[in-house]
Ligand binder design. Sequence first.
Ligand code: HEC
Ligand code: HEC
Ligand code: HEC
Ligand code: HEC
Ligand code: HEC
Length: 227
Amino acid sequence: MAISKFPRKLPLMAGIFVTVLSVAAMTSPSTEQFLSPGGDNEMHEGMACDQCHETAEGTIRQQVQANVYHWLGSRQHGADFLTQPVESADCEACHPMKENFHPQQKLRKSKYYELDTMLGIRECSGCHDHHSSSVMQHAMTLCMHCHEVWGKKPDTTTPTHVELIAQGRWETCLQCHEFHGGHQREKIFLLEDAHKVETIQNYLDGKSAAPYGDLRTPYLKERGTLR
Ligand code: HEC
Ligand code: HEC
Ligand code: HEC
Ligand code: HEC
Ligand code: HEC
């Protein structure tokens, strides 16, 4: 009984409803927030969707048509639907990161291929998820994957890098170092003078500001205003 009464068009209607809602919401700043996958948990609180999700080319009808032809096999590529995928370049439109000592080209080397499948380091969004309240997605010990060999550089800290690495104390790295170098920080040589592990964890969890000092270049509030 109950089953035969189930309106067969309900799933279709629901689909259309959601689609219309998404289109409306993506283009209207006041209602868009509730469609965000992280809800209110956002790394950039309240930022408009189109600062990262740029509108895809063509009308919605053209996009649907291109994708249907693609699925049917008569078109080689589908089209982006509603919005283009968010890429590192979208982040760099507001975070130019001129001083970055871990720029994407250094992390895209083939020797990191396996690590990339694990941590997704080829794109900014492998380590940072806007749709989450955390500033960073991985454990603060991630340095271990690439810095296990100190090499021949002078080792001037107390304890030394060689000692810290041998003891597997990877939580100490971010106590003295930043990952990108966005702040005007001073060199720290003594571990006892360094930021506390707890302070770093709170920052990575999005609970407090970065402890490293003033920004060298302020983050832009609108994309591309420097380009
Ligand atoms: C700071 C950049 C940024 C902003 C602002 C932003 N997003 Fe996203 N969003 C991303 C990234 C990065 C991804 C993952 C990569 C992708 O799918 O393109 C994503 C993924 C998504 C997804 C797909 C979810 C998934 O699990 O694949 C949806 C839906 C979405 N965003 C909706 C929104 C809405 C709605 C807003 C505005 C309230 C918004 N986003 C604002 C960066 C952003
Ligand atoms: C429209 C400009 C804009 C875009 C696009 C943008 N950001 Fe931001 N970002 C900011 C601003 C402004 C802040 C500081 C204010 C805030 O947290 O809301 C910030 C803060 C951050 C922080 C936290 C820094 C801290 O000290 O807490 C991270 C990490 C970050 N952005 C990464 C990204 C990534 C990754 C992307 C791409 C998916 C991105 N941003 C896209 C403007 C932008
Ligand atoms: C995916 C690999 C990778 C990870 C993960 C990684 N690094 Fe690096 N790091 C590099 C590479 C590559 C360089 C550049 C080395 C060069 O240019 O000779 C570098 C350089 C550095 C430098 C020297 C910067 C300079 O030029 O003054 C410091 C400091 C550093 N990393 C700290 C860290 C810390 C702290 C972490 C963990 C939060 C970390 N790294 C995680 C790959 C990585
Ligand atoms: C007590 C603070 C402190 C801690 C902890 C620390 N570092 Fe350093 N690190 C420094 C300082 C200061 C320098 C620069 C030394 C100099 O200029 O003489 C440095 C230099 C480096 C360099 C070399 C940069 C270059 O010139 O090529 C790398 C790479 C590096 N650290 C990675 C790490 C990693 C990985 C960890 C975690 C195991 C770590 N550091 C822990 C303070 C620290
Ligand atoms: C391998 C992981 C990883 C990748 C990939 C990565 N980040 Fe980060 N990022 C971190 C870590 C760890 C921190 C926290 C430590 C710090 O503040 O330096 C951070 C901090 C930040 C901050 C705040 C501090 C600052 O220096 O301004 C911004 C903004 C940021 N990242 C943007 C980006 C952008 C944009 C990209 C892509 C071009 C990117 N990140 C790629 C790991 C990563």
